[in-house]
Design a protein around this ligand. Structure first.
Ligand code: ADP
Ligand code: MG
Length: 720
């Protein structure tokens, strides 16, 4: 279909397409689908093969799981209340059962006796040997509409999209199809032609069409390739994204390599002595060693590019503090970016206390500030009065000026993308100084180790320093796995006992509100329930969708002992530091990644007290239980993170969440690692030829690097 060839259509809201009203648009927006471009990037998870129309008599000879379309009259209908609906079709005396769970009332009309219906689904063999379709899709009208597609069924290959809460699959399909019809041809080709040719990639428009609307005439081999996520069209989409990242990284690398650092002309030993005097604890030898390494970088001639690795609770903040102190002593400024407001506030408070004793002035900036406070913070940063500005990704937004920026610190790097890392260095209006060409130093803090294959590419520009010991006196958090509802009581009793003994604890839930079917523990329902069950303990609620000031108040109340138990989502995961807390319960533990569980567990026992963690799960399958047992039995965060990456693949490395594409990554980590490597090689080769992307052929690429590389929003918290 030829819509108006208006390139701006790509950036128009989804309501520009037929079939999307404001309500649907709002629901799609919640899933990150706001523009027509977003719909194009919403890739199918798989495909249904609806091409062959089978007579019912042929079904008995087909293998289980075969995708079929059948078309026959309804012979008999058996509703079982609202629980179940069995519909029997019959053709030439051969019957077939179709079964739906939780049918709605309208279905009785659709499947009234005598109606001629077409159903598509995958074949299942019932216990008695007869064949059935479970939850087949009604394709009666679809078939009538597509009759001309040239396949025996009149239907083609049907893409299967990820579910969007409260938007019927059919609506999503229609909207994506409309986006492809009208706008796929408008997407500029970002990959240089030479690269596309070398890899045998189709154009971007063609790739989008093939992925969203595969031809009905596809051979079995090609279909298998598509299902495995290995078709050239799919590889191109993945590759293009990797390539843009790699070009961005290579540009950055080149810039940094050629640049000079802010050579801080101060005495490191003196700064270290002030840091020691300001901190409320004695630095471990590991922290001292890390600080000395950073100081050597910061007083050297080239911009620092460091990754500071250290397990949860290993004391990375104190190391970052020392670095910021050195920068301040040199009369310059630092930025520290954290992934959540709660964490930014906490860092702001801790660092201000330490800084107060050493003459380091600290500011805090995030979206939750009142307008007046925000103005004050911005003014103090702009005047140079603030030595260290701590914030969330609000630091990356316009309006901020940090004229003497010399050090950018990213905390919990795994929650950001590589792009934000580069953006932070450029934050605060920092522009490369034409005369001196000075570039701010960069320090990245992370508790997640990176597999070698990807370290090369995603972090190839960073030098590593590791904190491999914990502060003295830390005990292992005793972790127990509690399977099934019956064990919850035991875990709750442990919380009550801990509170009765004067301790504090957390209960973590994966979701804010009840999910489908209401089986998942939501933080709201748990809060209501536990307030009663845990009485007289004082129970507070914390999640990322509460207004910022309420979040701060709850954390403050917990910190000062006015609350005994916090019921929270994963806002807790990153960095929340209340040393007194000693017990944590994690509900639906199977829903969290291994490294995430370890991070959560790291919230307790921080003052060296004995502490415990209960992983609750209703899961039954051995794989899941084995995973959870691994966390329970292992206290070494590095081993856990490695295991996590081994199981989940490297998609998380980039901290990007791209539906579809990431899904493909997950299935083939090794393949992706090699694709990353090739993207890096191509990027380097291209920049060797055209270092500033000045040739007209590279204009679209340059623009993609600008917008995608710098504009991407950081990842919000998992479940809020
Ligand atoms: P992470 O590496 O996870 O960011 P933090 O910097 O938050 O760890 O430190 C964890 C806890 O350990 C904090 O309460 C901090 O005050 C404390 N801590 C850090 N270094 C030391 C030390 N050398 N001795 C005692 N406690 C320390
Ligand atoms: Mg930390």
């Amino acid at each position: 279909m030829a819509g108006a060839l208006d390139p701006s259509l790509l950036d128009q809201p989804v309501t520009a397409l037929p079939g999307a009203g404001p309500v649907t648009a709002a629901r799609l927006a919640e899933r990150g689908l706001e523009s027509v471009r977003d719909l194009l990037a919403f890739l199918p998870l798989g495909y249904e093969d609806f091409r062959t129309l089978f007579p019912l008599s042929a079904l008995a000879g087909l293998p289980e799981g075969q995708a079929v379309v059948v078309r026959a009259p309804v012979r008999r209908v058996r509703p079982f209340f609202r629980r179940l609906l069995d519909v029997y079709l019959e053709q030439d005396g051969v019957p077939m059962r179709a079964r739906w769970f939780r049918p709605n009332a309208g279905m009785l009309k659709t499947y009234a006796k005598g109606n001629f219906v077409a159903l598509a689904g995958s074949l299942r063999r019932a216990k008695d040997g007869s064949v059935e379709l479970i939850h087949p899709r009604n394709v009666t009208t679809l078939m009538a509409a597509q009759e001309a597609s040239g396949t025996p069924s009149g239907l083609g290959l049907q893409p299967r999209y990820p579910t969007v809460e409260k938007v019927p699959g059919r609506v999503v399909e229609k909207l994506v199809a409309a986006a492809v019809d009208r706008a796929a041809g408008l997407v500029p080709d970002v990959l240089p032609q030479g690269v596309a040719r070398r890899f045998g990639f189709p154009s971007i428009a063609e790739s989008l069409r093939r992925v969203h609307q595969p031809e009905a005439s596809l051979s079995d081999d090609k279909l298998a390739e598509l299902v495995a996520g290995q078709a050239p069209a799919q590889r191109r989409l993945v590759f293009e994204d990797l390539f843009v990242v790699q070009v961005g990284l290579a540009l950055e690398r080149g810039r940094v390599r050629r640049a000079a650092g802010w050579r801080c002309d101060v005495d490191g030993e003196q700064v270290l002595a002030s840091a020691r005097a300001a901190l409320p604890f004695v630095l471990t030898p590991g922290q001292e060693r890390a600080i000395r390494i950073l100081f050597a970088d910061l007083t050297g001639a080239t911009p620092m590019q460091r990754l500071l690795h250290g397990d949860v609770g290993s004391g990375k903040t104190a190391v970052a503090f020392a670095a910021a102190l050195l920068i301040a002593r040199a009369g310059r400024q630092s930025l520290l970016m954290a992934p959540t407001e709660v964490l930014a506030e906490q860092h702001g408070r801790t660092l201000a206390v330490w800084g107060g004793k050493a003459g380091l002035r600290v500011g805090v900036l995030h979206a939750g500030l009142a307008a007046q406070e925000r103005r004050r913070v911005l003014a103090a940063a702009a005047s140079g009065a603030t030595n260290l500005l701590v914030g969330t990704h609000a630091l990356l937004e316009g309006g901020l000026r940090v004229p003497r920026l010399a050090l950018a610190i990213v905390d919990e790097q795994h929650r950001f993308g590589v792009r934000q890392r580069a953006a932070l260095r450029r934050a605060g209006g920092w522009i490369p100084d034409k005369k001196t060409d000075m570039v701010p130093h960069l320090l990245v803090l992370s508790a997640t180790p990176i597999p070698r294959s990807l370290a090369l590419t995603a972090y190839g520009d960073l030098d590593l320093v590791t904190l491999d010991e914990s502060p003295p006196g830390r005990q292992v958090v005793a972790t127990s796995l509690c399977v099934g509802e019956a064990t919850r009581g035991e875990a709750l009793a442990a919380v009550k006992a801990a509170v009765a003994a004067g301790g504090q604890g957390f209960v973590v839930c994966p979701a804010i509100v009840e999910q489908k079917q209401g089986r998942r523990a939501s933080v709201l329902s748990r809060f209501r329930e536990l307030r009663l069950l845990l009485a007289p303990a004082r129970v507070g609620l914390l999640h990322g969708q509460m207004p910022s000031n309420e979040q701060q108040e709850v954390v403050a109340a917990f910190r000062t002992g006015k609350l005994d138990v916090l019921i929270a989502t994963t806002v807790l995961e990153v960095g929340v530091d209340v040393p007194h807390a000693s017990i944590i319960l994690i509900e639906d533990a199977e829903r969290f990644g291994l490294a995430q569980l370890h991070q959560l567990r790291g919230r307790v026992g921080r003052a060296g007290q004995a502490s415990s963690c209960y992983l609750l799960t209703g899961a039954q399958d051995p794989e899941t239980l084995e995973r959870l047992e691994f966390v329970a039995a292992t206290s070494d965060g590095f081993r856990i993170a490695e295991e996590d990456l081994r199981r989940r693949g490297p998609g998380e490395i980039y901290g990007e969440r791209q539906t579809g594409v990431v899904g493909l990554w997950m299935r083939d980590p090794a393949g992706v690692a090699s694709l990353v490597e090739r993207a890096r090689q191509e990027a380097e080769a291209l920049l060797a030829e055209d270092p500033a992307l000045a040739s007209p052929e590279h204009a679209a690429l340059g623009q993609a690097v600008e917008t995608r590389w710098l504009r991407r929003r950081p990842i919000a918290e998992e479940a809020g």
